[in-house]
Write a new protein. Structure first.
Lengths: 611, 465
C-alpha cells in the first residue's frame, strides 16, 4: 500500500508531455510511415463481403453469440476468431484451450534480463512482469488459460505496488504468475500449496522467515497469512450456504467462522518457511525467487495447532503441518461457494443468482463437469478448476436467451480488459509491450485504476462484496466490485487513456524522441517494431468512415456483439456526422471520425457493461 | 487553437450543471436544524492498514519506558537512537486524569504534532475503537460481550470505523453528517462539494443524499486528449467537441440496465462536477504554504486549496477524506513506520500552517483514524492486528494540550488487554465521532441518527472539542 517508485513516476511525467505534443493525424495503416504529419490513409474501399452467416446451435451458433462468449472467456474477441469459430462447437473450443501449451512469464523476464545493459540499473527488468502480462494477454494463443490466470491473480493477490523486493527481484512475481498460469486448469488445493510455498506470497504476506513463538522475548508468530488465507483465499469470514448466501444465526446475524484464537492457532502452521538461499541483497540472487521456499524445521512451531475444527498434533513437522492445514481448510464447506461466486464475478456477472452460484459450487465440490457436447471434464477431486470454469461459462444463466435482456445480469468490464480488447480487436502489435511507455503503470485513476499484479493491497482492486454506496445497484443490494473504481477522477482518466490508443497516440510520438527515452532505460530499439507497436489497424473502419451509421454498425458488431441500443447507436452516429469531413480525400477528417467513433463506443454505458 | 474549458462549459448550458445525484429535500427537517452558520470543515486522515498505536504514543516515565523497551526489544534494538528514551518527545498534558503519574511521549519523527500539542491545538484520544456497547475484559473473555462483527479484519474494520457496520455498509457518518447539514440549508446551490475525497473512500462520505466527490491532487481531471487530437475551424470544432463531451457524459442514455444506469449517472455527474470544480479553482487564490511532496501532504494540499475556494463552491460545511497506506506492519516495521510517522507529521504541520494563513484555524478540525491498533507483542520484526488505537485531533477549536480516553500501560493481561496487547477500546468510535459532530453543528437527534450505538455510551467522557 505504497506509492509507485519515483523512477516510474518520472517516466510517466515524460510520457504525458509526449502525449500533449502528439499531432492531430493518426496513422491508419499500421505501417512505418515517417511521422511527418502527412500520413497516407488506405484508399477507402468497402471491406470484403462477409460470408453468409453460418447457422448452428450452442454458444457459437452465430457471430454475435461467438463474440459474446469470447468476451466472457478471453482478453477480447477478434474478427478472425469470431469468423473461424462461428458454427463450430464451443465445447470443442473449450477443450482445445485447456490443452494448449501455456504461455509463461519467466522466459520473457529472462529475455529482458539478457538484453538489459548494466547502466539501466535493473529498471527494465523490474517492469518485465508487466510486459509479459500484456504480451501473453494480447498475443497469447492460450487465451482461456491466460484469462483464468488473471482471474486467479485477483483472488490470490500478490502485488508489486509497494515496489521494493517484489519490484527489485521481478523473478518473484514472474514465478508467481507462472504458478497461476500452470495451475489455471488444475486443482485449487494444489494451487493453494504452490502459492503458500511461493517466495512472492511469502514475502507479500510476510511469513517468509516467520518463526515459532519465543516465550523468553514474548515473540509470537506472524498472523498475516493465517488470517488472509482464510478470509480472502478460501472461506471468507462468515458461514455460507451452498448457494453463497450468508447463513443467519438465531440473532438474525451472519455466523462468524473463527475468532482470533483460530488465527493465532493457524499462524503457528506458517512458521519455518524461508527463501531457498540468501535473503540479504535479494537482487543479487534472483534465482532463489524462482523456486519454492524451503522448510527450516527448527523455526517451525512444534506446539499443537488448533484452528477451525482442526487440530494438528504437537511435534508435527512443518511439511506435514502445512499439508494437514491446507487439507483441513480445503475441506471446509465454504470453499466451493466462496471461490465459485468470485470466479463468476470475474467472467460473467457481478451479482449472480444464488442458484447459479450453487450449480458452480456443486461442480467445484464434485470436480466434474459435462460440456454441452457430452465431454467430461475434471478428475473428480474437489477443487477442479477446469470443470469449475466450464461450469461458470456454460451455465444456463450465462448462456440463456434471457441474459442479454436481464437488466441485472452482467458485469462492468474491467479496465484492463477494455484495453486488451481494443488491442486485439484492432490488431495492434503487442509483441513488444515495453515500447508502450503509457503501459508501465496504470494504477492511478488518471489511467485505468488497475494494473496487472499491482493491486494496492491483498484486498485486490475492488472487493467481491462491494455494494456501491449512492447507486441504483447499491440501493437494491447488488454486489458490483468494479463500481469501486468509478469516480469523478477515473471517469475522464479512462476516457483520456483510451483516447490515446484509439487515436493512434503511440505512433504520433516522434520516433527519435521515443527511441531516446527507451534507450535511456536500457532498451535496444528496433525501429520497424517500435513504429508498429500498438498502432491500430483501422483499414475496415476507414473504408466505412464516410458513412457514420455504417461505421457505428461495424463497431457494434466488432466490439459489443451487436448489443448497442438503438438509442446509443443513433446518438453516436449523430455526433459523428458533425465531425467535419471535407470529402473522401480528407484523410485527417476520416481518421478523427474513426478515432472518435472508437472512443465513443468504448466509453458508452452499453459497452462498459458486458451483458 | 485551444478552446478553454470555460467556453465549452458555457456552451453546454447551465442546465447541465444541475446535478441530480444529491437532489435532497432541504427544509423538511428544519424543526431541529443543524447549525450551518459560518464555515466549518472536518478533515479525516485515514491511515490504512492499522496504525501501531504502541509505537506512536510511547511510554516515557522510566518505569513504563523500561517495560515497553523490554516487550518491544526486538524492534527497538533495530531502531538505533530514535526509540531511545532520550530521543522521545515527552508530552506534558494539561491534566493528569489519564496517566495518573505516568508519562507518555511522541516519537522524534513527530516534532510538529508535539508543538501543536504544546500550543494547545492538538489533543490525543487514547484507546478509541469500534464498539457496540462498553466491553470489559471479563465479558470479552467469557464471550458475553456484544462485539462489532469481524474484529481484526482490515476491510471490515475500515468500514466499521466509517459506518458502524462491516463491508457492504452503505452510509458513513461523514455522509450522514453532511445530510444533516444539507437538510438544514447548507451548501444549497452546490451540494456536490459537501463531501470530498482525495483517495479511495469506503462508505464514510456517503449519506442518503451526500455522495463523495473524488478529486486528484492536481485539481479535477478533464477530458484533454480529444482536444489535442483535433484541430479544426474554431466554430465547428467547438460545436463538435461539445457534442462529443455530452456523448461521453452519457446524458442521453435511456436504457434500463441497472449497471449501465449507474455508469451513466456517474459519468454525467462526474464530468459536470469536475468542470464546476475547476472553474472555481481557476479563479481561486493560490496557496503559498509549502507542502512536502509526499502522498499525504499533497492530498492535504488539495484539501487546503479546496477550502481556499469555499466561497466559490458556495460551501459552508465540508467534510474531507484523505488517506495513505503502508501501516499494516506485520514485517519490517522498523524500516517503514518511522518514515510514515514523519509523513503524517509533516503533512499535518503544513496543513495547519495553511489554515492559519487563511485565518481558519478555529474553523477546520482534522482527525486521524485507522483500521485498528496493533498488538503490543512482537512477531519477529513487526506487529499484528489489534483493536483500540490512539488518535490525534488537530485544530484551533480543539481542547488541546491534553489526553482523553485511556492509555493503558505497556503490559499484558491488564483490564483492557484482549490478548497480546490488542486493546479493548475504552472510547467508542461513535463517541469520538459524536464529539466531532457536535462541534460541526449537529443536533443530538441528528447524531443519534448517524451513530446507531451512541446511546449505549456515556456521552460526557471525551470533551476534546
Amino acid at each position: 500500500m505504497q506509492q509507485p517508485t519515483p523512477r516510474s513516476l518520472f517516466y510517466l511525467t515524460i510520457l504525458s508531455v509526449a502525449s500533449v505534443l502528439a499531432l492531430s493525424a493518426c496513422s491508419g495503416s499500421g505501417g512505418s510511415e515517417p511521422s511527418n504529419g502527412a500520413v497516407a490513409a488506405p484508399p477507402p474501399s468497402p471491406p470484403p463481403p462477409l460470408p453468409p452467416p453460418p447457422t448452428g446451435t450452442g454458444a457459437f451458433k452465430d457471430a454475435a453469440g461467438t463474440s459474446r462468449f469470447l468476451t466472457q472467456a478471453t482478453f477480447g474477441p477478434t474478427a478472425e476468431d469470431v469468423a473461424a469459430l462461428t458454427g463450430t462447437s464451443a465445447s470443442a473450443w473449450f477443450l482445445a484451450e485447456t490443452q494448449k501449451t501455456p504461455s509463461l512469464n519467466v522466459p520473457l523476464l529472462q529475455a529482458i534480463r539478457s538484453q538489459q545493459s548494466e547502466e539501466s540499473g535493473g529498471f527494465l527488468a523490474g517492469q518485465s512482469t508487466t510486459f509479459s502480462f500484456w504480451r501473453n494477454a494480447i498475443e497469447g494463443d492460450d487465451q482461456l488459460r491466460q484469462r483464468m490466470a488473471f482471474a486467479l491473480s485477483q483472488l490470490l493477490v500478490v502485488s508489486n505496488f509497494g515496489g521494493e523486493v517484489l519490484t527489485d527481484v521481478p523473478e518473484a512475481v514472474a514465478y508467481y504468475q507462472d504458478v497461476l498460469t500452470r495451475n489455471a486448469f488444475g486443482n485449487y488445493r494444489d494451487l493453494l500449496e504452490e502459492v503458500t510455498y511461493s517466495p512472492a506470497m511469502g514475502h507479500f504476506l510476510t511469513y517468509m522467515g516467520n518463526q515459532k513463538a519465543d516465550p523468553a522475548t514474548g515473540r509470537m508468530p506472524d498472523e498475516n497469512y493465517a488470517r488472509e488465507i482464510l478470509q480472502l483465499f478460501t472461506i471468507g469470514v462468515v458461514e455460507l450456504s451452498p448457494n453463497g448466501e450468508h447463513v443467519l444465526g438465531a440473532d438474525g446475524q451472519p455466523i462468524e467462522l473463527y475468532d482470533n484464537m483460530d488465527i493465532t492457532g493457524l499462524a503457528k502452521v506458517f512458521t519455518g518457511l524461508n527463501i531457498n538461499g540468501a535473503f540479504e541483497e535479494p537482487q543479487d540472487f534472483p534465482q532463489n525467487w524462482l523456486v519454492p521456499m524451503v522448510i527450516v524445521e527448527e523455526q517451525h512451531s512444534g506446539e499443537p495447532k488448533h484452528f477451525l475444527n482442526c487440530s494438528i498434533a504437537a511435534g508435527t513437522p512443518a511439511a506435514q503441518s502445512l499439508d494437514e492445514a491446507l487439507d483441513c481448510i480445503m475441506a471446509h464447506p465454504n470453499v466451493a461457494p466462496f471461490i465459485s461466486r468470485q470466479l463468476i464475478q470475474r467472467f460473467t456477472t457481478s451479482d449472480p443468482d444464488p442458484d447459479y452460484v450453487q450449480r458452480v459450487a456443486a461442480t467445484f465440490d464434485s470436480g466434474r463437469f459435462s460440456l454441452p457436447d457430452g465431454t467430461s471434464l475434471g478428475d473428480g477431486r474437489k477443487g477442479d478448476l477446469k470443470a469449475t470454469l466450464a461450469a461458470v461459462l456454460f451455465d444456463e444463466d450465462a448462456r440463456g436467451e434471457t441474459a442479454l435482456s436481464d437488466p441485472q445480469f452482467g458485469k462492468i468490464r474491467e479496465p484492463i480488459l477494455r484495453f486488451t480488447h481494443w488491442a486485439r480487436a484492432f490488431d495492434a502489435d503487442a509483441s513488444f509491450p515495453e515500447y508502450g511507455l503509457e503501459l508501465y503503470d496504470l494504477s492511478d485513476p488518471s489511467s485505468l485504476s488497475q494494473h496487472p499484479y499491482r493491486a494496492r493491497s491483498v484486498f485486490n482492486f475492488y472487493r467481491p462484496g462491494h455494494i456501491a454506496p449512492g447507486t441504483g445497484s447499491g440501493a437494491i443490494g447488488m454486489t458490483v466490485p468494479e463500481l469501486q473504481l468509478v469516480n469523478a477522477s477515473s471517469t475522464p482518466g479512462y476516457m483520456n487513456f483510451i483516447s490515446f490508443w484509439a487515436f493512434g497516440g503511440q505512433s504520433q510520438i516522434p520516433y527519435e524522441e521515443l527511441a531516446a527515452e527507451l534507450e535511456d532505460i536500457g532498451l535496444s530499439v528496433q525501429r520497424d517494431r517500435l513504429e508498429s507497436a500498438f498502432v491500430p489497424d483501422y483499414t475496415d473502419e476507414l473504408a466505412l468512415a464516410n458513412n457514420a451509421g455504417a461505421l457505428v454498425d461495424h463497431l457494434d458488431t466488432l466490439l459489443t456483439y451487436s448489443s448497442l441500443s438503438d438509442d446509443t447507436k443513433s446518438a453516436i452516429t449523430a455526433t459523428l456526422e458533425r465531425a467535419p469531413i471535407d470529402g473522401p480525400a480528407d484523410t485527417e477528417g476520416l481518421n478523427v471520425r474513426v478515432g472518435t467513433a472508437v472512443l465513443l463506443v468504448m466509453s458508452s454505458p452499453d459497452y462498459l457493461v458486458q451483458r | 487553437m485551444r478552446i478553454s474549458r470555460r467556453h465549452v462549459l458555457k456552451s453546454i448550458g447551465a442546465g447541465a450543471l444541475a446535478t441530480t445525484a444529491m437532489a435532497g429535500t432541504p427544509g423538511m427537517f428544519t424543526a431541529h436544524a443543524a447549525d450551518t452558520s459560518g464555515y466549518k470543515a472536518l478533515v479525516c486522515v485515514f491511515l490504512f492498514g492499522g496504525l501501531d498505536n504502541h509505537d506512536v504514543i510511547i511510554p516515557y516515565d522510566p518505569s513504563s519506558y523500561g517495560n515497553f523497551a523490554t516487550l518491544r526489544s526486538s524492534l527497538i534494538s533495530q531502531q538505533g537512537t530514535n526509540r531511545a528514551r532520550e530521543s522521545l518527545l515527552p508530552l506534558t498534558p494539561a491534566s493528569d486524569t489519564v496517566l495518573q503519574g505516568r508519562q507518555m511521549a511522541l516519537p522524534p519523527e513527530m516534532p510538529q504534532l508535539k508543538a501543536l500539542f504544546d500550543k494547545g491545538d492538538a489533543a490525543i484520544v487514547g484507546n478509541v475503537g469500534p464498539l457496540i456497547e462498553p466491553v470489559s475484559r471479563t465479558r470479552f473473555l467469557s464471550g458475553a460481550a456484544k462485539l462489532p462483527p469481524r474484529l481484526f479484519s482490515h476491510n471490515d474494520q475500515q468500514a466499521t470505523w466509517q459506518s458502524s457496520a462491516p463491508e457492504g455498509a452503505q452510509f458513513g457518518w461523514g455522509g450522514l453528517f453532511a445530510d444533516a447539514m444539507l437538510a438544514s440549508g447548507a451548501n444549497t446551490s452546490q451540494p456536490q462539494f459537501t463531501t470530498i475525497a482525495t483517495t479511495e473512500v469506503g462508505p464514510f462520505l456517503t449519506g442518503r443524499n451526500a455522495v463523495p466527490y473524488r478529486v486528484s491532487t492536481s485539481g479535477a481531471a478533464q477530458i484533454d486528449l480529444l482536444e489535442d487530437y483535433y484541430e479544426g475551424v474554431a466554430g465547428e470544432r467547438t460545436e463538435y467537441l461539445t457534442r462529443v463531451r455530452n456523448q461521453l457524459a452519457a446524458t442521453s442514455y435511456r436504457g434500463d440496465h441497472i449497471l449501465e444506469r449507474d455508469i451513466a449517472s456517474a459519468f454525467s455527474s462526474g464530468l459536470d462536477t469536475n468542470e464546476a470544480y475547476d472553474d472555481a479553482r481557476a479563479s481561486g487564490v493560490p496557496i503559498t504554504t509549502a507542502f512536502p511532496a509526499t502522498a499525504l501532504s499533497q492530498q492535504l494540499k488539495a484539501v487546503a486549496e479546496t477550502i481556499n475556494v469555499r466561497d466559490r463552491l458556495f460551501a459552508t460545511r465540508q467534510i474531507f477524506f484523505v488517506g495513505i497506506g503502508g501501516f499494516d506492519t506485520h514485517s519490517g516495521q522498523v524500516g517503514s513506520l518511522p518514515r510514515l510517522l514523519a509523513e503524517i507529521d509533516a503533512g499535518i504541520g503544513a496543513f495547519n500552517a495553511a489554515m492559519a494563513q487563511m485565518g481558519l484555524t478555529n474553523d477546520v478540525t482534522l482527525f486521524t483514524a485507522s483500521d485498528f491498533g496493533r498488538t503490543l507483542a512482537v512477531n519477529g520484526d513487526g506487529t499484528d492486528h489489534g483493536w483500540g488505537g490512539h488518535y490525534f485531533v488537530v485544530g484551533g477549536a480543539v481542547n488541546g494540550g491534553d489526553l482523553y480516553g485511556t492509555l493503558p500501560p505497556p503490559a499484558f493481561d491488564h483490564d483492557a488487554d484482549s490478548g497480546g496487547g490488542r486493546l479493548i477500546p475504552s472510547v467508542s468510535v461513535e463517541q469520538y465521532a459524536a464529539q466531532l459532530g457536535r462541534w460541526f453543528g449537529m443536533t443530538d437527534a441528528e447524531l443519534s441518527t448517524a451513530l446507531p450505538n451512541l446511546g449505549n455510551f456515556d456521552q460526557g467522557t471525551v470533551p476534546f472539542l
